[in-house]
Design a protein around this ligand. Structure first.
Ligand code: PGA
Ligand code: ZN
Length: 426
C-alpha cells in the first residue's frame, strides 16, 4: 500500500528541468529521477513540458509535477495493489491518451521507477534481482562507452551521433570499466597531440572537430591500440549510433560530411566501415521511417553484426514485433522513458527475447544521477548497457552501480549471452 507520493522539479545534466519522484509505504521510502532525450523518435511517449516561455524557455515540468501530486497521487494512495503491472496500467488508463501527453510520460515513468524500487525494498532484494523477465538470467552487461560525440549531442560538423567502445572480451565487469576509462584517457591524449579541441558532448564523450565518420573511427582505433588493447571481438570492439533520422533530408537522401547518399549508398558506406574497422554493432543506421533502407541494411549486415533499432522501435513491444516480421534490425535499444513504464519496458525485452533480438539498455542524453538502468540491465540479463562516457557524474553513476553490483554478487557472469541473440560473432 502506497501512503505518500510527491514529485518535484529538478535539473537534468543539460541544465533543463525534469522530475524527481518520491514514494512511501509507511516507513519505507523510494525515489526516482527522470531522463530526457534530444534525438527522440517521433513515436516516443510524450514528455510533457509547460511551454511557458517565462520559465526555462518553455521547458518547465510543473504541469507534469502537478499531475503526480494530484491525480496520480489520488489514484495510487490508500488502495490495495497487486503489483507494479497493475499500478502501471492504472496510470496509463488514467492518462487516457495514446501518447501519454495528458499526465505526461515523464510523470508516469518517474512514478513507475520509484514504485519498482519501493517494491524491491519491501521484498528486501536488490533492485536488479527484482527486475527480471521470464527466462532471463541476471548477468553483468558489456558497457558501451560513448567516447566520441557528434550529431545532436555535440553540434560539431560530425553527423554521426555516437562512437562507442565495447570491451567484449574483458574478463570481468571491473576489467571492462578499467579498459573503457583507459581508452578514454588515451583518446584524450591522442586528440590533444593531434591539435584537436577536447570539449565534451552531452554524453561525456569528446567532441573533436572532425567531419568524416571514418576519421573519427580511425582516431578511436588508434586510441584503443595506444591503450594497449587488441581491437575487435578479442578485445575492444566499436559500436556506432549514427542516429540517421537526424541527417536524413526532406528528399529522402542522407547528408554525411556534405555528401548526399541514397539509402543504398549509405548501406554500402556502412559495409565498407564494417570491413575497415572493428565495428560490432550499428544502431539507427537508417532513419526511423526508411523501411526499405532498414531492410536493405539488415539483409546486407544483419548476419554479421548487431543492428539496433532505436527511433523506429521506441521500446514499443508492438513496433519491435512488427519490425521483426519485416526483417528490420536484429536488436532493440531499450529506454524506459521512450515507452513510458517499467512494466512495458520489461514487455519490450520479452518480445526481443521471443524474436531472438538482442537488447541494449540505454540512458538518455539528458540524464540524472539515477542508476536504475544499471539494475535493469543486470536483472534482465540482456548483456548490454550504454550509459555514455566513463566520465561525468550522471554517466559514471550507472557504471559505478554496476561495480557495486559486481562486488555484492561476485557470482554473476559478465558479457553478452550467446543464447539471446541470432548474430554469430567472428
Ligand atoms: P537521446 O539519444 O537520448 O538524445 O534521444 C540517445 C540515442 O539516440 O540513443
Ligand atoms: Zn540512438
Amino acid at each position: 500500500q502506497i501512503t505518500d507520493l510527491r514529485a518535484r522539479e529538478i535539473l537534468d545534466s543539460r541544465g533543463r528541468p525534469t522530475l524527481a519522484v518520491a514514494v512511501s509505504s509507511g516507513s519505507r521510502h523510494a525515489t526516482a529521477t527522470v531522463p530526457s532525450g534530444a534525438s527522440t523518435g517521433r513515436n516516443e511517449a510524450c514528455e510533457r513540458r509547460d511551454g511557458d516561455p517565462a520559465r526555462y524557455g518553455g521547458a518547465g515540468v510543473l504541469g507534469a509535477v502537478e499531475s503526480v501530486n494530484t491525480e496520480v497521487r489520488h489514484l495510487l494512495i490508500a488502495r490495495h495493489w497487486t503489483g507494479l503491472a497493475e499500478i502501471d496500467l492504472a496510470m496509463v488508463e488514467l492518462d487516457g491518451t495514446a501518447d501519454r501527453s495528458r499526465l505526461g510520460a515523464n510523470a508516469i515513468v518517474g512514478v513507475s521507477m520509484a514504485v519498482a524500487r519501493l517494491l524491491a525494498d519491501a521484498e528486501k532484494v536488490p533492485l536488479w534481482s527484482w527486475l527480471h523477465v521470464p527466462g532471463g538470467r541476471p548477468r553483468l552487461p558489456v558497457p558501451h562507452f560513448n567516447v566520441l560525440n557528434g550529431g545532436a549531442h555535440a553540434r560539431t560538423g560530425l553527423d554521426f551521433q555516437e562512437f562507442m567502445i565495447a570491451p567484449l572480451a574483458a574478463a570481468s565487469l571491473p576489467e571492462a570499466i578499467r579498459t573503457g576509462a583507459e581508452v578514454y584517457a588515451a583518446l584524450q591524449a591522442l586528440l590533444t597531440e593531434r591539435g584537436y579541441t577536447v570539449g565534451l558532448g552531452d554524453e561525456g564523450g569528446f567532441a573533436p572537430d572532425v567531419t568524416r565518420p571514418e576519421d573519427a573511427l580511425q582516431l578511436l582505433l588508434r586510441a584503443i591500440e595506444d591503450a594497449g588493447y587488441p581491437a575487435g571481438q578479442d578485445g575492444i570492439a566499436i559500436a556506432l549510433d549514427p542516429a540517421a533520422s537526424q541527417f536524413r533530408q526532406a528528399d529522402g537522401t542522407y547528408l554525411v560530411n556534405g555528401r548526399r547518399h541514397s539509402s543504398s549508398d549509405l548501406v554500402q558506406r556502412y559495409v565498407e566501415m564494417v570491413r575497415d574497422f572493428p565495428i560490432w554493432s550499428i544502431e539507427d543506421g537508417m532513419a526511423e521511417d526508411d523501411l526499405a533502407g532498414w531492410r536493405e541494411l539488415t539483409a546486407e549486415l544483419g548476419d554479421r553484426i548487431q543492428l539496433v533499432g532505436d527511433d523506429n522501435f521506441v521500446t514499443n513491444p508492438a513496433r519491435i514485433a512488427r519490425g521483426a516480421g519485416l526483417g528490420v534490425a536484429n536488436a532493440a535499444l531499450i529506454k524506459l522513458n521512450q515507452v513510458g513504464t517499467v512494466t512495458e519496458t520489461l514487455e519490450a525485452i520479452e518480445i526481443c527475447r521471443e524474436h531472438r533480438y538482442g537488447q541494449m539498455i540505454s540512458h538518455r542524453s539528458g540524464e540524472t544521477t539515477d542508476d536504475f538502468i544499471a539494475d535493469l540491465a543486470v536483472g534482465t540479463g540482456c548483456g548490454q548497457l550504454k550509459a555514455g562516457a566513463p566520465a561525468r557524474g550522471e554517466r559514471v553513476a550507472k557504471y559505478n552501480r554496476l561495480l557495486e553490483i559486481a562486488a555484492d554478487a561476485p557470482e554473476l557472469p559478465y558479457g553478452i549471452p550467446e543464447t539471446a541473440f541470432t548474430v554469430r560473432l567472428g
